[in-house]
Design a protein around this ligand. Structure first.
Ligand SMILES: Nc1ncnc2c1ncn2[C@@H]1O[C@H](COP(=O)(O)OP(=O)(O)OC[C@H]2O[C@@H]([n+]3cccc(C(=O)O)c3)[C@H](O)[C@@H]2O)[C@@H](O)[C@H]1O
Ligand SMILES: Nc1ncnc2c1ncn2[C@@H]1O[C@H](COP(=O)(O)OP(=O)(O)OP(=O)(O)O)[C@@H](O)[C@H]1O
Length: 237
């Protein structure tokens, strides 16, 4: 679909889903990255008065926070900053110590999920997630963390299509061009951790073509993350 039409269709889709839920608007996390900038700009178009971007640093990079504010100000998105460092520390203090980096890092998106649902309930908003088809395909998100949301407007778009939409929406160039990172630990990048590039992943999703070892890797990640895209299994008896 042509990008202007896609943008209008996504804005309509958000309005329809939120209205049919009997809700008044949208709340979302603004990280300073491209995906949440696009979601913020779409939600602002759908619900100009009733949208809320939460900036939730949790030992996050200060440049990302500046970028999140820059997006909120550029698009006139009502926003609020909630610092999660203290609650994250307190939480780690009451848990058994571990050197399992992923177990610890996943606490951050899960604290953000709790915060988003708090403001969703206060305002009668839905939580709008930022996951795209590339991340969803390989399960590159935290279950019930950034995956714990009500709507996924970018869920049928690969990363490359999100970039096209970002250019159309006027997201600042430097935000579009930043290397994607979950920001869960120092030096983390999506491509480094996944071991595949978005270009390879997007091409495989769109055309089914990739070098055999890449295709195998993507299929394997997709199989292993099936549980993240489904509701919990329930016995049939
Ligand atoms: N077959 C199965 N059936 C049902 N449940 C199953 C399961 N296998 C695991 N599980 C459950 O799932 C858990 C593992 O899933 P999860 O807790 O999500 O953990 P996991 O997938 O290991 O970690 C999340 C990954 O997403 C990345 N991430 C997170 C947040 C944002 C971004 C980003 O850049 O946007 C990336 C993060 O860096 C990490 O690589 C297991 O502990 C278990 O409880
Ligand atoms: N510091 C933060 N403040 C607010 N929300 C955040 C923050 N970090 C992550 N999020 C939320 O979690 C989502 C997943 O974030 P993550 O940083 O892991 O990477 P991403 O999928 O590349 O998204 P983005 O391009 O928006 O950064 C973000 O899009 C945002 O909605």
């Amino acid at each position: 679909m042509e990008v202007a039409k896609l943008c209008d269709a996504l804005v309509d889709w958000l309005k329809e889903r939120i209205n049919e839920a009997g809700a008044r608007g949208a709340v979302f996390g603004l990280s300073g990255g491209i995906d949440s900038a696009v979601v913020g700009a779409l939600c602002k178009r759908a619900f100009p008065e009733n949208c809320l971007g939460l900036i939730m640093p949790c030992y996050s990079n200060s440049k990302d926070e500046e970028d999140a504010v820059k997006v909120a100000e550029k698009f006139g998105i009502p926003h609020k900053k909630i610092v999660l460092d203290g609650v994250y520390d307190e939480f780690l203090n009451i848990l058994d110590k571990t050197d399992n980096r992923v177990a610890v890092a996943n606490i951050k998106p899960r604290l953000r999920m709790i915060t988003l649902y708090y403001y969703a309930t206060l305002n009668n908003y839905l939580v709008v997630g930022t996951g795209n088809k590339s991340e969803l395909t390989v399960g590159y998100f935290t279950k019930y963390g950034d995956g714990g949301v009500d709507l996924l407007p970018l869920g049928n778009l690969v990363k490359k299509q999100v970039r096209e939409l970002a250019v159309y929406l006027g997201i600042p160039r430097d935000i579009i061009e930043k290397p994607p990172t979950g920001g869960l630990w120092e030096g983390q990048t999506d491509e480094g951790e996944m071991g595949i590039t978005y270009e390879e992943l997007d091409n495989f999703i769109l055309t089914g073509k990739a070098r055999p070892e890449i295709a195998e890797k993507i299929k394997n990640m997709n199989r292993k993350s099936e549980h993240k895209r489904n509701l919990p299994p329930i016995p049939a008896f």
